[in-house]
Design a protein around this ligand. Structure first.
Ligand code: AMP
Length: 482
C-alpha cells in the first residue's frame, strides 16, 4: 500500500504520533473481536493505521492495515474472520509523516529466543536514537523506523531467564513515555513507564482481563473497570489470573495533563477523574478567571463543548451551538500539510448564523497550537454577524513541544512560543483572548492549591516547558514515535 503523504508538501519538522493500545486475555475464542471493538472505541487516539496480533493457544496471527479500524476490521471482513484466539493485542497509530508504511504498523510480532513476541506501544522514547545507533553498530537489523523496535532488540539481547525479566531489563535502559501491551507464551503483559505519562487501564470480563489506553475501551467490550495500571507497574495476565509487580525505581507520577485537556475521550476516567468533568471544571475556572459580558457561550465542537458548558453554567450566560461540526471529517491535525489543515478547518465547521448574528460571543476551544483553527473560526463567526468575539482557551498557552507521545509541532510553529497573548488575539482577529491560568487548570483537576511549582502534579511540559524526564542523551529522539 502507498501512503497518501507527499514529503515535498510536509511543513512539519519532526515526526509526530499519538496512539492507542488494547489487549485482551482469557475470552474463549473472541479476543480478536473484542480487540477490534476496543480499537474502534480508541479510534480518536490514532487514525492512520491499525493492527492486531491474536493467539489461539498454538498459533499467532497478525493483521494490520492503513486507515481506520472500521475499514480494516469491520464485522464482515475477511481479515477479521481469519483471526482467532483467546488472547490478542491491538494498536491504533497516528503519524503525520511519510513513515506510514506497513512495516511501521503495530503490534510488532517477532520470533525471539523464548518464542513469538507481540508488542504494541503508546508513547515516545527519548533515548531511542542513541540506543538504536549503538544496537545498529553492534549488528542489529532494524525492520522499521519506530522507536518501539528498540525495545524488541533490547529484549532479544537480554540474557535474563524469563521473558518478564528480559522485558524489565530492556525497559530499564529506556527513557521516555510508554504504555505497552505485550503478548507471548500465553501471557498478556501491560506496563507503564515509572512516571505514568501515558495512560493504561485494567478491566475485568467474566472470563478474562482487558488492558486499554482509556476506560472507554473497556466500556465497549462490557469489561468492568478495575483500576488504572500504576506508574511503573507491570501487570502479567495468564491462566492463573492477574499478577502485579513494580520493578522500576519509584518516581513522582507525571500523568499527561493534555489527556484531560484534549486527547482522551470525554467519557474516559483516569485516576478517578472523569475527563468530561475535568473539562467542565476548566470551563468553570475560566469563567471565574475572566468575567466577560456577552450574549452567548459557543464551543468550537467537539473539543470545546464540555469547557463551554462549564463556562456557561458558572457565568449564567446561555450556551448555544453557534458552530456546527461535520462529523465525517477527521481531526484537523490529521492533515500533514498546512494547506490541508486550512482546508479541513473549513470542511469541518460551519457557522450557525441564527445563534451568532448581532451577538457578543464567548468562543471556547481546548487549545491553540499553530493558531490555524482559531483564525478560521473567529473569522467565520464574525462573517456570520457576531458583534464581538471573545476567545477563551481551556488550556494555558502551548509553548513547548511534547517529546512523550502527543503530536505537537516544533516550538517555532507554536504560536504562543513567539507571540504574546495580545499579539495572538490580534492575529486570530478576536476582541479578547484568555487562556486558563496554570493554577486554574490544576484547580480544575482537583488540586485546590493550584500547580505545585517545585513538583508539578502532572506532566505539563507543553504548557510550561518543564520536562519531567531529564534524558542522559544530548538531544531528544526524532525517531518515529508510537
Ligand atoms: P491549531 O489550529 O494548530 O491552533 O490547532 C488547534 C486545534 O487543534 C484545537 O482546536 C485542538 O482541538 C486541536 N488540537 C490540539 N492539539 C492537538 C493534537 N495534539 N492533535 C490533534 N489535534 C489537536
Amino acid at each position: 500500500m502507498t501512503t497518501p503523504f507527499d514529503a515535498s508538501l510536509d511543513d512539519s519538522d519532526s515526526l509526530h504520533e499519538e496512539c492507542a493500545v488494547f489487549g485482551v486475555y482469557g475470552t474463549s475464542d473472541s479476543a480478536h473481536l473484542l480487540t477490534a471493538l476496543g480499537l474502534h472505541a480508541l479510534q480518536h487516539r490514532g487514525q492512520e493505521a491499525t493492527g492486531m496480533v491474536a493467539f489461539d493457544g498454538e498459533n499467532f496471527k497478525e493483521m494490520r492495515g492503513l486507515g481506520h479500524v472500521g475499514e480494516n476490521f469491520d464485522a464482515g471482513s475477511e481479515a477479521l474472520a481469519a483471526m482467532s484466539g483467546h488472547a490478542a493485542i491491538g494498536h491504533n497509530r497516528y503519524s503525520t509523516t511519510g513513515q506510514s508504511e506497513l512495516k511501521n504498523i503495530q503490534p510488532f510480532l517477532t520470533e525471539l529466543a523464548f518464542g513469538h513476541f507481540g508488542l504494541a506501544h503508546n508513547g515516545n522514547l527519548i533515548n531511542a536514537e542513541r540506543l538504536r545507533s549503538s544496537l545498529v553498530a553492534s549488528g542489529a537489523l532494524f525492520q522499521s523506523t519506530t522507536d518501539t523496535e528498540v525495545i524488541i532488540h533490547l529484549i532479544a539481547r537480554s540474557h535474563r531467564q524469563t521473558p518478564e525479566e528480559r522485558i524489565i531489563e530492556a525497559l530499564m535502559q529506556i527513557e521516555g513515555a510508554y504504555a505497552l501491551v505485550c503478548l507471548f507464551d500465553n501471557k498478556l503483559i501491560g506496563v507503564r513507564d515509572p512516571y505514568g505519562i501515558r495512560p493504561l487501564v485494567l478491566g475485568k470480563l467474566d472470563d478474562g482481563y482487558v488492558l486499554a489506553s482509556e476506560s472507554c475501551g473497556l466500556d465497549i467490550v462490557g469489561a468492568e473497570f478495575v483500576r488504572d495500571v500504576a506508574p511503573g507497574e507491570m501487570i502479567v495476565i495468564d491462566e492463573e489470573g492477574c499478577h502485579s509487580s513494580s520493578p522500576f525505581a519509584k518516581q513522582n507520577s507525571k500523568f499527561c495533563i493534555f489527556e484531560f485537556v484534549y486527547f482522551a475521550r470525554p467519557d474516559s476516567v483516569f485516576d478517578g477523574h472523569g475527563v468530561y468533568q475535568a473539562r467542565k471544571a476548566i470551563g468553570s475556572e475560566l469563567a471565574k478567571q475572566k468575567a466577560i459580558s456577552a450574549d452567548v457561550v459557543v464551543p468550537v465542537p467537539d473539543s470545546g463543548v464540555p469547557a463551554a458548558l462549564g463556562y456557561a453554567e458558572e457565568s449564567g450566560i446561555p450556551f448555544e451551538l453557534g458552530i456546527i461540526r461535520n462529523h465525517y471529517v477527521g481531526r484537523t491535525f490529521i492533515q500533514p500539510t498546512q494547506a490541508g489543515r486550512t482546508q479541513s478547518v473549513r470542511m469541518k465547521h460551519n457557522a450557525n448564523i441564527a445563534m451568532l448574528e448581532g451577538k457578543s460571543v464567548i468562543l471556547i476551544d481546548d487549545s491553540i497550537v499553530r493558531g490555524t483553527t482559531s483564525r478560521k473560526i473567529v473569522s467565520m463567526v464574525k462573517e456570520a454577524g457576531a458583534k464581538e468575539v471573545h476567545m477563551c482557551i481551556a488550556s494555558p498557552p502551548t509553548i513547548s513541544p511534547c517529546f512523550y507521545g502527543v503530536d505537537t509541532p516544533d516550538k517555532d510553529k507554536l504560536i504562543a512560543s513567539y507571540m504574546s497573548v495580545e499579539e495572538i488575539a490580534a492575529e486570530i482577529g478576536a476582541d479578547s483572548l484568555t487562556f486558563i491560568s496554570h493554577d486554574g487548570l490544576y484547580r480544575a483537576m482537583g488540586h485546590a492549591e493550584g500547580r505545585d511549582k517545585d513538583c508539578p502534579q502532572f506532566c505539563d511540559a507543553c504548557f510550561s516547558g518543564d520536562y519531567p524526564i531529564k534524558t542522559a542523551s544530548a538531544k531528544f529522539s526524532t525517531g518515529t514515535k508510537s
